[in-house]
Design a protein around this ligand. Sequence first.
Ligand code: EPU
Length: 335
Amino acid sequence: MIKHFTSYSLLPHNTFRMNVKAADFVEFTTLEDVVSIAKELGDVRRLVIGGGSNLLFMGDFEGVILHSAIKGIELIDENEDAFFVRVGSGVNWDGFVAHTVEKGWQGLENLSAIPGEVGASAVQNVGAYGVEAGDFIERVETVSLTDGSVKVFTKEECEYAYRDSIFKRAEKGKNVITHVVFKLNKKPNFVLSYGNLKEQCETMGGVTAKNIRAAVSNTRAAKLPDPAEIGSAGSFFMNPVVDSEKAEKLKKLYPEMPIYPAPGGVKLSAGWLIDRCGWKEKSSERVGVYRNQALVVVNLGGATGKDVMNFATLIQESVKEKFGVNISPEVNVID
Ligand code: EPU
């Protein structure tokens, strides 16, 4: 079923709580819907959104916003080691993770309590606590917005990297994700390298997917704002990767600075860098950083996209000045 709205408020569709409108808003529930939408769309500005948890609207959107309401979680195959699960792009991400934990389909438990929807997880390669969605994605099913043809991207074709995929680059805006097929483990392979996840699980009676899910949910609740209460888009910036020479220099000056090995160099913690620039104490009238995680820029009430970007630019400049490091937004800015 296709639903079409005009002059549609995007307030319930962006966790930053920008009070903006879309000229047209189209929601669909099947692959066939997307094929027919693609054939009729014409040469108009378009944007595909998920749960709106990683978007910053700079103003009203003069075009068509497409939103998937394709549901369903289906076990389509299994082999000795894995379950293959096909999920509609409009399924709530955390609802899906809860389902996998209940069913004993292993691997996604560290990605508990992340806001958003399954389709967007495959674009953004959401990650937390040592795990990324792309690690478990087998293929991504899409419909081309140019001609309505169906195209399936294999895991390799998705080119997953830290908060990155082909859908953010060469394929950006060209297609709609209808389903994502996950390959989940039959035997557990728990990732407990982050913080005190292991200790938290032990106090709950042992390391199980269910307890990891609870520990991750508690950790997130302690560090990150609840989107139902405070407007934000989670991490506003990506963690920067610098060369090892630069990292060593900084480490000499700031021995307590967290560093992580990463492809192409050393990953620094943008949250730590921003915190050390004193941003927890420097909110503006309508924008600030979250008290428990400086990487999260928050809407203190009534902020516009411009207010947020002005504030974010000041943060970037101060990090550059103090540490000589460039940080860039993770959030998708929609002009
Ligand atoms: N830190 C501070 N002050 C702060 C924030 C962080 O000193 O205000 C320090 C922490 O003490 C820690 C380090 O910086 O030593 C890293 O902080 P944290 O563990 O919170 O993780 P992060 O690198 O800041 C990333 C993801 C989060 C994800 C966590 C946990 C990105 C951009 N962000 O944050 O993802 O939950 O790791 O894996 O990679 C999101 O994408 O929206 C998100 C929340």
